[in-house]
Design a protein around this ligand. Sequence first.
Ligand code: SF4
Length: 419
Amino acid sequence: MNFPRLQEKLEILADAAKYDVSCSSSGGNRKNKKGGLGDSHATGICHSYTEDGRCVSLLKILLTNHCIYDCAYCVSRKSNDIKRAAFTVEEVVDLTINFYRRNYIEGLFLSSGIFKDAETTMERLVRVAKKLRKEHNFNGYIHLKSIPGASDEIMKEAGLYADRLSINLEIPTTRGLKLLAPEKSHDQMIKPMGFIKNELNLYKEEKKIFKNVPKFAPAGQSTQMIVGATDETDLKIIKVADHFYQNFKLKRVYYSGYVPMLEDKRLPSIDSQVPMLRENRLYQADWLMRFYGFKADEILEKSNPFLDLEVDPKLAWALRNREQFPVNINTATKEMILRVPGIGRKSMYKILTARNFQKLNLEHLRKMGVATNRAKYFVEFESQNIFNKYIDDFNFRKIILQGMKSKFQNPFSEQLTLF
Ligand code: SF4
């Protein structure tokens, strides 16, 4: 084996893969078998996340950065003058097994440039997964990037070996995609997403009847959108995300702040900042939609369609809807308790249980782990809460901000490298 060349390929293809952030493994549940290697857990194997949301414990590479497409936002686009490389199927399999055995990684995230056509590329990705599962009994996590345009047959095979499949929307709107990647269309991406959704449903139904139905992409499917390469508003982005959660059974939508690397008049200038804080706010808004019962239209309004960078979206909503507060912690519905800034889902459940036994006060909330520096203004109890008086204060926002310290002091921190 030519190790210097393999090392060079690894550097090139791991570097090219770092712009894809859709690598969380949450939801996978694949147990080891006798004579097998590794397993993946339902809680996810990406235990360690960098502060900007990237996970670091997968072997995250491209099969190749050769590509016949010329997407303006992509470092691997064909017109970009960069070093190119391609792994063989065997090389990826060997790397995965060796890295796994050395405890460097807990799974594989494999994507690829489209080197000939979608079908050939997808077929090569599936061969990697198949070889790992069938020949090496590998039960670790595998996330395969699906190549839009590949046939249903090959997508079906991919789902039999991979834990998660993902198809990146890349640019949230059709107009933006047409501008930056005219050779692609959202229809090409939606078709395989629909196919995977149907297969997931089918698997669920068959599982009710037959015990030994082969698993199909047990960690589901996800997608990624690039934020800031085009001029979509945050409201538009979260509405697109919501649409895909509702209609395509997505496990996750990932938001990737655009990293300016290429001179192109269609893109933000090369010296513009990576919108890391905006990316973080989008994740928070996404969280509100998935776990807190917020609708996209509640998080943002048409008249002000960008997320507030100074405060998180839940606090921003509370500041716009002060008439909904204070919320009586001892009598409010769980939906309303969840809307109180500083109260998370775990605390909400603790509150519901505890109030069965006693009347709660602010001190009880603090002991339950509620962020009372925010929550204290928005809650009331049977006893007087002196902080309620600030809600109607003209300077209420300022008062709250003074009591909080954002961990995102620098809104434009640099992305961290993975390798
Ligand atoms: S098809 Fe994928 S790899 Fe190729 S240029 Fe477009 S985004 Fe990059």
